[in-house]
Design a protein around this ligand. Structure first.
Ligand code: SF4
Length: 332
């Protein structure tokens, strides 16, 4: 590991002033991804600014019924929060299906959004990788690509976004608050991460001098009737082959009155399934309508030889999750 300077920030403004004059610095939160990347030589910041003592670890109910989550809230604490479990259960489920208990105890909300892909070739310095080295090529395209993406891909990169939490946040229409010495910005979660295009090394809208300070959840009654399912190669400590975050509610006529749907494990960013949502809204809750909506969402998929199975798997998982939510509602 390359040597680096370390300093601990106790004030947000001081941390922002420091990174504004030191573009080679990185903020250190839980460190559960960044430190691994530094050990592998993939990230080599000149300076680490430890932000774990900053007062950004609160969860606050908002007057409109929403929730403000500090960027340094630990994943475990967010998953266990009674308001999250009651009003946004799929967010709690998504977090609990990510990583191990030890990692969830360390990992922060802000860091979760910024974790980097687990594409095998991204971590192998002997392999070509446009994300690690722009212009180098993409070894995954001709290599072992079983875990790579089918949606939102480009010729330059087919890496999946690894977060479970962010998939639920995409379905919720969460908003990311970021600060720099230039001011504060609010970015919808669905726009926060970038598609790879020709610049896969650029992964989010966050500028090098900006810090994620909070994530805000809007009031969303449909989210109380939600579920997150993660399909993976083993039952724990594995990234998703496919994941589905869904919330569903019905009108007095029995038709779907509100629906939120997002996919993980299949796309280069947390994937809000808006095409499927539009088809489901107002439809009868049936296997046919669920399957039609899922197929329409996956129609844009571009498979590789190793990951074509994800298209059918994603469709079947969407149907299974919507069926489960329908059964729960009709039984309540
Ligand atoms: Fe690198 Fe992206 Fe290709 Fe993986 S898919 S090797 S991260 S360019």
């Amino acid at each position: 590991m390359k040597t680096f300077n370390y300093l601990r920030a106790t004030d947000v403004d001081v941390a922002l002033q420091r990174i504004a004059v030191e573009p080679g610095a990185r903020f250190l939160g839980g460190g559960t991804n960044l430190v691994d990347l530094m050990r592998e030589g993939i990230e080599a910041p000149e300076t680490l600014i430890d932000i774990t003592r900053l007062p950004l670890d609160g969860i606050e109910e908002l007057p409109d019924g929403g929730l403000r989550i500090g960027a340094l809230v630990r994943n475990s604490d967010l998953a266990a929060h009674p308001v999250v479990r009651g009003r946004y259960p799929f967010l709690s489920q998504a977090i609990l299906l990510g990583a191990t208990g030890q990692i969830r105890n360390m990992a922060t909300v802000g860091g979760n959004l910024l974790q980097r892909t687990r594409c095998l070739y991204f971590y192998d310095e002997a392999s070509a990788c446009n994300k690690r080295e722009p212009g180098a090529g993409c070894a995954a395209r001709e290599g072992f690509n079983r875990g790579n993406a089918v949606l939102g891909t480009s010729d330059a990169c087919v890496a999946t976004h690894p977060s479970d939490m962010a998939v639920a946040l995409a379905a919720i229409d969460a908003v990311v608050e970021v600060r720099s010495s230039r001011g504060t910005r609010h970015i919808p979660l669905t726009e926060f991460h970038l598609l790879p295009g020709t610049t896969p090394h650029l992964e989010s809208q966050l500028e090098s001098d900006e810090l994620i300070t909070a994530v805000e959840l809007p009031p969303l009654p449909v989210a109380a009737h939600s579920y997150y399912r993660k399909v993976r190669d083993r039952a724990s400590y594995a990234f998703a082959l496919v994941s589905v975050a869904a919330a569903l509610d019905f009108g007095a006529d029995g038709r779907i009155a509100d629906v939120r749907l997002a996919l993980g494990g299949v796309a280069t960013k947390p994937w809000r399934a808006r095409t499927a949502e539009q088809l489901l809204l107002g439809a009868a809750a049936s296997e046919d309508s669920f399957a039609t909506a899922a197929a329409a969402e996956l129609a844009a998929a571009v498979p590789l030889p190793g990951n074509a199975f994800k298209i059918d798997l994603a469709c079947r998982t969407v149907v299974a999750v919507l069926r489960r939510l329908t059964t729960e509602r009709s039984g309540s």
